[in-house]
Design a protein around this ligand. Structure first.
Ligand code: ATP
Ligand code: MG
Length: 391
């Protein structure tokens, strides 16, 4: 249904018997012809307007003063997922989230439009048919009938959910970049005094008898200093772009070699490593950096399983890329945690620095590769590394 505030009625010129002389008949004929032409033009204009309204990529809808939907174009169908047949003559309320409904948002919008004649660039939330929450930008204009009486409003609705997300991501990245810069400067300044402290503690330790109980305290101090040094090293590594030295290798061979190193590592004494899938693919990877990535992933996986259980590496590839999946059956994580896994300093561990996955991400970026994590609370985690083959 196309709502129009105007009523145009076209009537063909009356025909039938006439007593007018010939030239009047000619004029009538001419008028009739012009009338037909006008009618055609109006029909074309109307079709053009209808097509603009109906086919616009933006949602265009018309609501009456009670928020009943009078018109709903294809753009609105695409944004909200409901067809005009479904919604015309129903209340627009269905698309308003509950909290905004309670606040009486639609009445407030109607009031502002009636007061000012329009409402421009109003950003709000709406709910699509499938329950997705959308962020939309709305511009509404007051509609009046022929006597100037307000009869409702027309609205142009734009779905800005994605662009909003990208914008927020950009702000977050900028924010993180500035924190990163500051952290790198601080890390640099901390490293030298830290080395001094460590040296001094070692001198004290060397002056103590083997039986001296203070040796334990000194050992603990050295462990803390060493942990601090690891954190500072990771922060510095993160602040510089990696320069991978890629080597041609067979995927399975390079992974097996890393696994052999891990099996020999005392911290993984109670962890079994297995490798499956198709490891025969050629790859171009920096083996030392890959080992660093996998070491971080194995530590996380072992941590999530209480340092006992099985970690599986699944290998695969095609013409374009090779992939390594690292699977564990540990704690997994909630949706909220999953959204922050790659943020520097994000950790849920008492002694974690939250830099492990951030370092993995930056190493994968330097290989033009990807790292993706699938995890569900209580159901384990799968981390997938993909490397392009050609580079
Ligand atoms: N395999 C996994 N299973 C469950 N949670 C994980 C897993 N891997 C990472 N996480 C979650 O992601 C967080 C960030 O991991 P990340 O490796 O970046 O830092 P961290 O392990 O906390 O500290 P560290 O810098 O010592 O590695 C972890 O604290 C943990 O909550
Ligand atoms: Mg970690």
């Amino acid at each position: 249904m196309l709502y129009s505030p105007f009523n145009v009625t076209l009537r063909p010129a009356p025909d039938g018997p006439t007593t007018a002389p010939d030239h009047t008949a000619m004029t009538n004929l001419q008028q009739q012809h012009e009338g037909e032409q006008l009618k055609g033009e109006l029909r074309a204009t109307r079709a053009r307007l209808k097509s603009i309204l109906d086919d616009s990529a933006d949602g265009i809808l018309v609501l009456d003063r009670e928020n009943r939907i009078l018109h709903w174009n294809k753009g609105a169908e695409r944004i909200f997922g409901s067809t005009a047949d479904d919604v015309v003559d129903t209340s627009f309320d269905t698309f308003v989230p509950d909290d905004l409904k309670q606040k009486g948002e639609l009445a407030e919008i109607a009031e502002r439009v009636e007061r000012d004649g329009f409402l421009a660039d109003y950003e709000t939330r709406r709910v699509a048919k499938d329950g997705r929450v959308l962020i939309v930008n709305i511009t509404s204009t007051l509609l009046r009938d022929g006597s100037g009486q307000a009869v409702g409003r027309s609205s142009i609705v734009r779905d800005v959910t994605e662009s909003k997300k990208i914008h927020e991501e950009l702000l977050r990245t900028r924010h993180l970049a500035s924190i990163g810069e500051m952290a790198a400067t601080v890390a640099h300044e901390i490293r030298n005094p830290l080395a001094g402290i460590s040296g001094a503690i070692q001198v004290i330790r060397d002056g103590l008898d083997d039986e001296d109980p203070r040796r334990n305290v000194v050992r603990e101090m050295l462990e803390h200093v060493s942990r601090l040094d690891d954190t500072v090293r990771d922060m510095l590594l993160l602040s510089k772009p990696w320069q991978p030295v890629r080597q041609a290798c067979v995927l399975g061979d390079v992974v097996e070699k890393i696994l052999a190193d891990m099996r020999a590592h005392p911290e993984f004494d109670n962890v079994r490593f297995s490798c499956e899938g198709d490891g025969g693919h050629d790859a171009r990877i920096d083996p030392l950096l890959l080992e660093q990535v996998m070491m971080n992933l194995f530590q996380n996986a072992a941590d999530a399983m209480g340092w006992r259980g099985e970690i599986t590496c699944r290998l695969d590839g095609d013409d374009r890329k090779v992939s390594i999946e690292v699977l564990d059956h540990g704690s997994g994580c909630s949706d909220e945690v999953r959204g922050k896994l790659f943020d520097p300093f994000f950790t849920t561990k008492v002694h974690g620095t939250g830099l492990g996955l951030a370092v993995c991400k930056s190493i994968m970026d330097s290989h033009r590769g990807e790292i993706e994590i699938e995890a569900e609370a209580g159901r384990g985690t799968t981390v997938k590394l993909s490397f392009p083959k050609g580079e």
